[in-house]
Design a protein around this ligand. Structure first.
Ligand SMILES: [Zn+2]
Ligand SMILES: [Zn+2]
Length: 81
């Protein structure tokens, strides 16, 4: 992502750590497994497409309650506010 776009932004809300935190936030983002790791079987590999880049707030909100939300569900919650 960083190579392709030159920046890292949350896939849900577009938060960009470097824009808010400057140098300290540069190249920072969290990585969310869209397929829960505990559901993976031995030998399963994580593909890049199974990962979503999200900011810390969105990541917490995804995991705050069961069922965990997917990226699209969280995005539509934000849009509804
Ligand atoms: Zn976010
Ligand atoms: Zn996660």
């Amino acid at each position: 992502m960083l190579k392709r776009f030159g920046t890292l932004a949350c896939e849900v809300c577009n938060f960009d750590f470097s824009k808010v935190y400057g140098e300290r936030g540069k190249d920072y983002i969290e990585c969310h497994h869209t397929i829960p790791v505990h559901r993976m079987k031995e030998g399963d590999k994580t593909k890049l497409s199974d990962l979503a880049l999200v900011c810390s707030n969105c990541h917490r909100m995804i995991h705050r309650k069961r069922q965990w939300l997917n990226i699209d569900e969280l995005r539509s919650i934000i849009q509804d506010q």
